[in-house]
Design a protein around this ligand. Structure first.
Ligand SMILES: Cc1ncc(COP(=O)(O)O)c(C=O)c1O
Length: 381
């Protein structure tokens, strides 16, 4: 049933996509990793998509307002400037930058280019589902590898699978939904042993929130000399631009050429081409967002500890925790109380994922948590 105008519009867009003449089998359903909200957002608290609850920064918002006037023009003349801004920020040649309509488009391009027609996609269970979602309809051989007990990627098992048949290996670090890290040194060993028939895509969507420790280093800040590696980043998280849809990949020109043949034409909207450059240079705001997130995360853990809960250590702007009860029941409890928390992430069927919101939103979260019938004795159920 179509419950609102917005849901109707989403539905319409999905239907249109199926009639496009892709060289590959079209994706039939709207992506299920971002469920439709189903009704107007008024009164609902959104702790479910790992957005920046504070962004965008005032400077970025001003730039967005200023770009409205040029909405009648196609934006493609701005793409090269944006590519140069990004390549400058990471000190790589512009040929090593590919833009995407969100990093979701980057993931789709990689799936189509490197996993289609019986090639292998190796990914973690659970992880961010987009790459699996886009690999399935193009007949990839899908191989899910359960995370380790410490919620890192099981690189030994992933290597064993890649050694059998190459393909595309997706590493989300920090990982969504678990907020956990896979150690840098393990990743380096893993990549060094991968066969040349394999490509590894490292998704650094939550890079800015990763706690600084020897455990983590970005493959852009500290690159390795290996042409198998693609790194994906997004403007949807710390830069607070999820609604504007911009992501990018940094990789060898050869891999990017293969991916870009699957990109939409004019895939980057006119407003974000200029706002993104401002966001990249607005380092005071970025630092501020990171600090606020660190405070909100600390407060979440304080509240959790006061209730004898033990969330998984978080290196992101969201937290995952075991409720020892069916996650769906907990999700519905929050939904009835006007709070949307993260979706289910099989096989972690008793865990919930909570995006960090503003302090007043998190107070509401804990008020509703305390209404759960089992909130007082969660471990002894
Ligand atoms: C790990 C990861 N990668 C990519 C994305 C997609 O982000 P976007 O398409 O908004 O850049 C998300 C969104 O939540 C994510 O969690």
């Amino acid at each position: 049933m179509i419950t609102s105008r917005r849901a109707f519009l989403r539905f319409g867009a999905g239907a249109a996509a199926t009639t496009a003449s892709w060289p590959l089998k079209a994706v039939a359903a709207p992506p299920r990793f971002e469920p439709a909200r189903g009704r107007d957002s008024d009164g609902l608290i959104f702790l479910y998509s790992n957005e920046n609850a504070y962004g965008p920064s005032p400077k970025v918002a001003d730039t967005l307002r200023a770009t409205v006037e040029s909405a009648n023009r196609y934006p493609r003349l701005h793409y090269q400037d944006l590519i140069e801004q990004i390549s400058g920020a990471h000190q790589v040649a512009p040929e090593r930058v590919l833009l995407g309509c969100g990093s979701t488009e980057i993931l789709r391009m990689a799936a189509f280019a490197f996993a289609a027609h019986g090639k292998q996609l190796i990914y973690a269970l659970p992880t961010f589902e987009a790459i699996e979602h886009y690999s399935r309809p193009v007949d990839a051989k899908i191989t899910g590898v359960t995370l380790t007990s410490g919620f890192a990627h099981d690189l030994d098992a992933m290597l064993a699978r890649a050694s059998e048949g190459g393909g595309l290996v997706y590493i989300c670090n920090p990982n969504n939904p678990t907020a956990s890290l896979t150690p840098r040194s393990d990743l380096e060993n893993f990549i060094a042993q991968l066969p040349t028939s394999a490509i590894v895509l490292i998704d650094e969507a939550y890079h800015h929130y990763a706690r600084t420790s020897g455990m983590y280093a970005s493959f852009l800040d500290r690159p390795i000399d290996d042409e198998k590696v693609i790194v994906a980043r997004t403007f949807s998280k710390v830069y607070g631009l999820a609604g504007m849809r911009l992501g990018y990949a940094i990789a060898s020109p050869k891999l990017l050429r293969q991916m870009s043949s699957f990109s939409n034409q004019d895939n980057i909207n006119a407003m974000v081409t200029q706002a993104a450059a401002v966001a990249l240079n607005d380092s005071d705001s970025t630092r501020n967002f990171i600090q606020r997130n660190a405070n909100d995360r600390q407060e979440f853990f304080n509240q959790a500890m006061a209730r004898a809960l033990k969330p998984i250590d978080s290196h992101t702007n969201f937290v995952m925790m075991n409720t020892f009860h069916p996650a769906e029941e907990v999700i519905q409890h929050f939904r009835k109380n006007n709070i949307m928390i993260g979706r289910r992430f099989p096989p972690m069927d008793t865990y919930i994922r909570v995006s960090l919101g503003r302090p007043e939103e998190m107070l509401a979260f804990w008020r509703v948590w305390d209404l759960l019938p089992f909130s007082k004795n969660i471990m002894h159920h």
